[in-house]
Write a protein that binds this ligand. Structure first.
Ligand code: IMP
Length: 189
């Protein structure tokens, strides 16, 4: 059976709700790190929209770095379990607090790998900011210090999150769902 084609489903979190929550998180993070050496490490590609908004809501000096982590294969909605760093962070993290900025924590495998990797670079601390968390999918529990929203076990797109490289430019978080015509081809009993 071929994979059904996918389309944008219902809006799970709208633009205004995201914006309010990101502003709140920015305020909390500002209080936490004021006057301290801070590096925000955004995990590419999915977190680039969240990072752009969150950074501007943080009112204390900081450096921004990017790290690429890939665990999904194109056209798939589940992790391969194998995490690859593409590209790596060049900034020396020793002597800095690191705030990892991630789009979504699903199984936790990706961040578990990254947190262990960062620990070898002698940062003052490592904390996690994640826009979304799917608690029902946890394989490796991740302490999320600054969480936007908990969501149910649905594959979501938009606000930086993609399916097979598409939909990152949606301003809200929506559910990805099989095309209606495809649903008709494969009706649920
Ligand atoms: P984890 O290793 O299973 O926690 O997966 C983390 C990565 O998988 C995220 O950074 C996303 O890139 C991707 N991912 C997990 N769930 C979704 C989803 O619902 N939509 C889009 N990407 C997702």
């Amino acid at each position: 059976m071929t994979e059904p084609t996918m389309r944008i489903g219902k809006i799970l979190i709208d633009e205004a709700t995201i914006s309010r929550r990101v502003a709140e998180l920015g305020g909390i993070i500002t209080e936490q790190y004021r006057g301290q050496p801070l590096v925000v490490l955004a995990v590419l590609k999915g977190s680039f929209v969240f990072a752009a908004d969150l950074l501007r809501a943080i009112d204390t000096p900081l450096a921004v770095e990017f790290v690429g982590l890939r665990s999904y294969l194109g056209g798939s909605t589940s992790t391969s379990g194998v995490v690859e760093i593409t590209p790596d962070v060049k900034y020396p993290l020793g002597g800095h607090h690191v705030l990892v900025d991630e789009d979504i924590v699903d199984t936790g495998l990706t961040l578990d790998y990254l947190i262990k990797n960062l620990a070898t670079r002698n940062p003052l601390s490592v904390r996690i900011a994640a826009l979304l968390h799917k608690p029902s999918r946890t394989l490796k529990p991740i302490p999320i210090d600054y969480l936007g929203f908990e969501i149910p076990d649905e594959f979501v797109i938009g606000y930086g999150l993609d399916y097979d490289g598409r939909y990152r430019n949606l301003p809200h978080i929506a559910v990805l769902q099989p095309d209606d015509e495809q649903l008709a081809l494969f009706p649920t009993p």
